[in-house]
Design a protein around this ligand. Structure first.
Ligand SMILES: CC(C)(COP(=O)(O)OP(=O)(O)OC[C@H]1O[C@@H](n2cnc3c(N)ncnc32)[C@H](O)[C@@H]1OP(=O)(O)O)[C@@H](O)C(=O)NCCC(=O)NCCS
Length: 140
């Protein structure tokens, strides 16, 4: 198994990546919106195993104080092998900011806790689809 991590957007099949997110599972994504959100992120990481795209993550960053990580997902058959941690490390290292923030999908907090993240006491969010976010357990 040959793992490759790359920030390169060229050549990404966005329909394929949407399928990776769906299977992870991290929800259903419109491939065009997925492409725009990755292209507009300063930092991206795409994971390939033997040349096949199997996971990704992205981050917004000011490169000094704060990085916010989004959309980390791997195909189920590649989970639990250290690749999620490798993508997280790559995103934080590429961004270079002192502080890193994210919101975990419900149930994934233990993964982030292992990487040193701690629950925030005052985090708040205004979701476009607040009802959906509430149903998914993201907000009160
Ligand atoms: C969450 C996810 C990215 C983690 O990636 P991964 O490659 O499976 O995790 P890793 O193998 O790098 O795990 C790193 C450490 O966290 C632990 N860990 C991983 N997932 C865990 C979980 N759900 N609960 C508890 N510990 C977990 C691992 O055991 C490992 O511990 P170790 O260092 O002591 O061996 C991946 O499982 C995934 O894509 N899930 C579906 C999509 C999703 O929920 N994404 C997160 C959105 S916020």
């Amino acid at each position: 198994m040959k793992l490759q991590l790359s920030p390169q957007l060229d050549g990404i099949d966005w329909h394929w990546l949407a399928n990776v997110f769906e299977r992870a599972p991290l929800g259903s994504r419109d491939p065009a919106l997925l492409e725009t959100s990755f292209r507009n992120s300063q930092v991206c990481c795409f994971a390939r195993v033997d040349g096949v795209l199997i996971g990704a993550g992205r981050a917004l960053t000011d490169r000094v104080l704060w990085t916010v990580i989004y959309d980390l997902a791997l195909l189920p058959e590649h989970q639990g092998k250290g690749l999620g941690k490798a993508i997280m490390d790559s995103l934080a290292q590429q961004a270079g900011a002192a502080n890193v923030m994210l919101y975990a999908a419900p149930g994934k907090q233990p993964f982030y806790a292992k990487l040193g993240f701690r629950p925030m006491k005052t985090a708040m969010a205004k979701f476009a689809n607040a009802e959906g976010a509430q149903t998914r357990g993201m907000i009160e």
